[in-house]
Design a protein around this ligand. Structure first.
Ligand code: MIG
Length: 647
């Protein structure tokens, strides 16, 4: 059952799409007014708390403090309170089991048994909010009810499930051609290459640098012939410059955020001074969505939206302060929270025009990136007759209906691979099924072993992209000596595509999760409940990724007998294994995963690009004898469960 509770005049966030009955007294929480509203729930000792989407730590959120306030910070330490997105849904599972969604675009702090308080304390800075309380028999069932009320996940095309290569620093057609050539030569599958900010003319949105890409349409066509799509980046800010048509039209129509004086707010990002589109207005979203036409007209079918927290280097107000903050952020990452008052000062320096009222950005901050995604998604739906690819850095629940997300600027650290594993099921709980991290790590220099192990995990994440930052070592899969192991691991992804695609589509169409914590699959199993480094992928697979440097073995817990599948880069070897604790040996060129009891999964042939994948031509492996396969042409927008058939 789901009930809605309202405080003050809640802000419309577009997160929930169903009409939910109003309850009269908030259950489970004690409510106090203290610098906003404070909700307290007493946790029992064995309670597990799931959810909160893109946050750090683990799958069980106990012991942590999390702040929903979208933040661009490259230091993803485990105790980091805020990342790029805010996903305020959690489930308490234990003595009392319920789900709660704190629906407000303002800052919310979650203290989950923080400092062993035994309490779940939720502090909403804003007194206007909606809370949805969901009850049900299990954490999984509650999550599925939540997924139903927030509406169906974004459905990407089949090619978006291929492998993508990206690097901040690819400058021109030659750079990209070289990447594609090297991949094809090494026989490593590849479906798309991302174009980072350097493809633009001086980082100006919706422009193409004519020197570097003299004929983008011809280039896109030539790449498509090789089975490669190009995926350009779009940033949130629009450059202030006479002659920039997007800027000029935005100014004329009053589409940008304003400052204290009522003039358009100026903030410096990559292109220099920019104005921020006021995505809170429908006409602004429609207008922004139409701008993608410049690129879709060239044959582009996918984008990534960046800097949409929005990220600000400095502004007309904080010029000095901003530079100092950036420096101190870099030098003293652990002071992130304490710096809030100065580093985030600019969020109190501009306004949105919402329903004719001036609203301070700070109060609706967490919704900005999500609304940019809504603008792009709705625009792309009109511009492209097929399904588009879109993933964003910043988001709020609701944006999952328009695009996916990537988890932002991680680094090349084993710890961040582990965080990637923990984040996936939590993001799925909040609707973001199409997600993934920068495989190999964005900041810092990766190494062969880390990248191979990371790829072996990302082979299961819907968004599978190798991305790295400017000034880091080359990170393409052919830069690490022998390429066979890379070709082998990535070929697993392509051979599993009939399963991965089908499970993703079924999960989205049934308001279900694609990645689940072990506890959701084996709720009665005390041991499974505590395991965070194994995940369920779709309805049939359990994975146990290799997360430690220099180690070829790991422990795996099997709650039931399963088929162990070992892929050596070429062949699948299956054997039944009994329930219980096992130690497996997984050389760097292998991937070991499990098929659940009584289940079978479809595997296909190797392919260099998704266009060679034949979803129809599959073989079943596992001890079951049938599989429910979602199958369609991979690009038509009319997806439905009618496309599920039993094979
Ligand atoms: O200030 O476009 O998270 O993926 O490569 C950095 C350059 C801006 C941040 C993104 C990252 C991207 C980078 N961007």
């Amino acid at each position: 059952m789901i009930l809605r509770f309202e405080y003050g005049t809640p802000f419309e966030t577009y997160a929930v799409v169903e009409e939910i009955r109003l309850g009269d007294r908030l259950p489970y929480f004690r409510t106090e007014e203290k610098e906003g509203l404070v909700f307290t729930h007493f946790l029992a000792e064995g309670d597990t708390v799931y959810g909160l989407g893109e946050t750090m730590r683990g799958i069980n959120k106990r012991g942590g403090r999390y702040i929903s306030y979208n933040t661009d910070d490259v230091h993803h330490r485990e105790d980091m309170p805020s990342l790029y997105s805010s996903h305020n849904f959690l489930v308490v599972d234990g003595a009392e089991t319920f789900g709660a969604f704190f629906d407000t675009p303002s800052k919310v702090i979650f203290e989950v048994d923080y400092q062993n308080s035994g309490k779940l304390v939720v502090r909403s800075e804003n007194r206007n909010l909606r809370i949805y309380i969901i009850t049900g028999a299990s954490a999984y069932g509650i999550t599925r009810q939540f997924l139903r009320i927030i509406g169906r996940s974004f459905l990407p095309p089949l090619w978006a499930f291929g492998f993508g290569q990206s690097r901040w620093g690819y400058k021109n057609t030659k750079d990209i051609e070289k990447v594609v050539e090297n991949y094809r030569e090494a026989g490593i599958p590849l479906d798309y290459v991302c174009m980072d900010i350097d493809y633009m003319d001086r980082y100006i949105d919706f422009t193409v640098n004519k020197k570097r890409f003299p004929d983008l349409t011809a280039f896109v066509t030539a790449m498509k012939k090789k089975g490669i799509r190009l995926v350009p980046i779009i940033d949130a800010g629009i450059k202030v410059e006479a002659g920039n048509p997007v800027y000029e039209e935005g100014v004329k129509k009053g589409y940008f955020c304003t400052n204290h004086e009522g003039a358009f707010f100026k903030a410096a990002v990559w292109p220099g001074m920019t104005h921020f589109p006021d995505f809170f207005r429908k006409e602004v979203r429609d207008w922004f969505g139409r701008q993608y036409k410049v690129l879709t007209d060239c044959g582009i079918e996918g984008f990534w939206n960046d800097m949409n927290e929005p990220s600000i280097f400095y502004s007309e107000y904080s010029k000095r302060q901003g530079a100092l903050n950036m420096l101190s952020n870099f030098l003293f990452p652990s002071r992130q929270e304490k710096k809030e008052n100065s580093a985030y000062q600019d969020y109190k320096n501009f306004y949105h025009d919402i329903g004719g009222k001036k609203v301070l950005h700070h109060e609706v901050h967490n919704l900005y990136g999500g609304l940019m995604t809504m603008a792009s998604g709705e625009g792309l739906k009109k511009l492209i007759p097929r399904r588009y690819l879109l993933f964003s850095r910043s988001s709020y629940i609701g944006a999952h209906r328009y695009g996916g997300i990537w988890t932002g600027d991680n680094s090349s650290k084993w710890e961040h691979l582990r965080q990637n594993v923990y984040q996936m099921p939590s993001l799925n709980m909040c609707g973001f099924l199409y997600s993934g991290a920068d495989t190999g790590g964005f900041g810092g220099n990766t190494d062969r072993e880390l990248l191979l192990r990371w790829l072996a995990f990302s082979a299961f994440t819907p968004l599978m992209r190798n991305h790295t930052a400017l000034f880091t070592r080359r990170q393409e899969c052919y830069q690490f000596g022998s390429t066979v192991e890379f070709a082998g691991i990535i070929s697993l992804r392509y051979r599993l595509l009939p399963y991965i695609y089908s499970e993703f589509m079924k999960a989205a169409l049934r308001s279900d999760m694609y990645f689940k914590p072990m506890a959701f699959g084996f709720p009665g199993d005390e041991k499974a409940r505590k395991i965070e480094d194994q995940l369920l992928v779709g309805e049939c697979i359990m994975i146990a990724p290799m997360l430690e440097k220099g180690k070829n073995t790991r422990k795996v817990y099997l709650p039931e007998p399963m088929t162990q599948v070992r892929y050596d880069g070429e062949n699948f070897t299956c054997k039944m294994v009994e329930a219980g604790d096992r130690t497996i040996t997984v050389p760097i060129s292998h991937v070991v995963f499990y098929i659940r009891k009584g289940k079978a999964i479809p595997v296909g042939d190797e392919a260099q690009s998704t266009r060679e994948v034949d979803l129809d031509n599959v073989e079943l492996i596992g001890d079951g004898d049938s599989y429910e396969q979602y199958i369609d042409d991979g690009c038509s927008p009319d997806c439905s469960l009618d496309y599920v058939r039993t094979i």
